[in-house]
Design a protein around this ligand. Sequence first.
Ligand code: GDP
Length: 529
Amino acid sequence: MTAIEDEVQRRRTFAIISHPDAGKTTLTEKLLLFGGAIQLAGAVKARGEVRRARSDWMKVEQERGISVASSVMSYEYAGRAFNLLDTPGHEDFSEDTYRTLTAVDSAVMVIDAAKGIEEQTRKLFEVCRLRDVPIITFINKLDREGQDPFDLLDEIEQTLALDVTPASWPIGMGRDFLGCYDLFNDRLALMAKGAKGSLPTPGERCEGLDDPKLDKMLPADAVAKLRGDVEMVRGLCPAFDAEAYRAGTMTPVFFGSAVNNFGVRELLEGVAHLAPSPRPQPTTTRDIQPTEDKVTGFVFKIQANMDPKHRDRIAFVRLCSGPFRRGMKLFHVRTGKQMNMHNPVMFLARERELAEEAFAGDIMGVPNHGQLRIGDTLSEGENLRVTGIPSFAPEMLQKVRPKDPLRAKHLGRALQQIAEEGAARVFKPIMGADWIVGVVGPLQFEVLADRIRTEFDVPVLFESTALYTARWVTAEDPLVLKKFLDGNQASLAEDHDGDPVFLARNAWHLDRAAEDFPLIVFHKTKEQA
Ligand code: GDP
């Protein structure tokens, strides 16, 4: 195996998807604990309340005030290098959350045992499904009374149309939760009470479920139930099939309790051994193999500076092939320009600050002044464009105006920047003075209002509109397009690139326009330029 192959094969780039409160933060901390990255674990918790939080190990962060610490968490475990990408799922829920999932090779889905599949889990799952991202499920909070494990498996299978297969099986639940039997490795792991701070032991190796050891270690009724349950679940669920898992059609299910650090080791082993290493990346011309020795990568997220004095942004680049070395110049395919990779923040598993090389699957944070946009490809000169980075249909549209009418121009500039980042869609109606902003989640409006106020010093008001949806309009024949545009001025707007957008008042309005102009194509999303 070459050095590049070796580096690629040991990488696991993944994200955790869950509904708020299912235990993602807790689980992340515990995963980092195993990886010896404990010093970072505190940073995870801080994320939600203040993104401004500084950590002293990252120079860029200090100099530019951009908090990138919790966006990518890298750690090593058992010879594997893990990149855990954060999918903000709370206050700052946005398209970034979705797009982050285009930069991972697999995902861990955390489910609260009492609540089952919740709204946001389902939404994020659907995004994973678009790319057939393999999913390992972790059912959390077994130390509390929850739903019956059989019902939970059934719910996952029914709601998400996935084959499920248990990787472990819980023994009891709530106050009677004793531990889990690892069905993949035949180990019995019991939960040590009051051992929150320490790493749990790997458990006791057993010779299958008939091993008399089990009778010694567990109360008789618990053993009997475990044997009965496992026999039943093995009859009901298909055996684990690595190919089906990697194709995204089957999920292995682990049970545990993140807060008690229980089941986390098994989950981590699961990611280490089952989850795929970086996959080939489709482009407009060919598939990039992760082991190629020329660098390619794409921007999947832009994070703006939280410090209003600086206008810098960090573009998060997922490497598709490598090795990338600090100080390299890369070719920015969209503009055709060479870009100097000044001080990229490299999230590497070992000795962060000294890290000089990165490979497929790794993430780099590239400070820039707005040249880099979501979906952009970087290469060593080859003219190719990574495909498959979705642009999401803005489902919610609101009017935005400055509280101080004299700040309208500033607002315009702020909105242009936000649109270029891909953080929201921005439309300027042909008639009327207000801007329209389109987002995918309602909380995004609050986040945007806060950003525009703090970064651009423009207090703004968002107001609901009577608009139903936005559609980018195109036509093969420019004359047809012109006729449509001329006839629909009152419902037209331009996006930040000046492309025409039809703003429909309701479904009927949209249908009517489509009927009247059959040669016009109405696009829900705009492909990333
Ligand atoms: P997130 O919103 O998904 O990041 O969830 P958090 O990790 O912040 O957890 C939400 C709440 O659930 C917190 O109060 C945690 O302490 C709690 N929690 C997390 N894991 C467990 C668990 O295994 N058992 C119990 N009982 N509570 C848990």
